[in-house]
Design a protein around this ligand. Structure first.
Ligand SMILES: [Zn+2]
Length: 157
């Protein structure tokens, strides 16, 4: 498992590659669960519909975790999920997720894609994310607009 310090953002700036909240979540988790590590270290699970969770599977298939997209918005509280959330079908993606997170930072988080750190090139016609390398070209299309108004054609008494 990776070291907490590997996930530490350099600044508190929004353009940072790593999430300050994700770093704080793992730091807090490891501090509070010090005695039960590494058994109950943070794992990453892919739940139904591709939602990612950080937490661990406790006995009887109870998962104590929080949705990753909530964590990166500062919501750190964990909840217990049971089979009503089909936890037995959740996939452990810990190694895959953290390898990707170390490489491209926040861009590795599903459903958090709006947070690319854009750098504009070619007079603003192209943008490239400095974290994951996604490059997009600006495509412009002319849109004609029609306004509808009712006009009187015969005066009524
Ligand atoms: Zn990106």
């Amino acid at each position: 498992m990776l070291k907490t310090e590997q996930l530490k953002p350099k600044t508190h700036d929004a353009s940072e590659k790593y999430s300050l909240y994700l770093y704080q979540f793992i730091k807090k988790w490891r501090k509070e669960n010090k005695k039960s590590l590494p058994k109950y270290d943070v794992r990453c699970y892919k739940g139904l519909y591709g939602t990612y969770f950080l937490g661990y599977v406790y006995e009887n298939n109870i998962v104590f975790c929080r949705q990753l997209t909530h964590i990166v918005h500062g919501q750190m509280e964990t909840f217990a999920y049971d089979e009503s959330w089909k936890v037995s079908q959740w996939e452990d993606v810990t190694d895959k997720f953290f390898a990707e997170y170390l490489r491209i930072g926040k861009c590795a988080i599903p459903f958090y894609k709006d947070d690319h750190n854009w750098e504009f090139l070619k007079n603003g016609m192209t943008r490239k994310c400095t974290h994951c390398g996604l490059t997009q070209k600006l495509k412009m299309e002319k849109v004609e607009t029609y306004h509808k108004n009712w006009e009187v054609v015969n005066e009524m008494d």
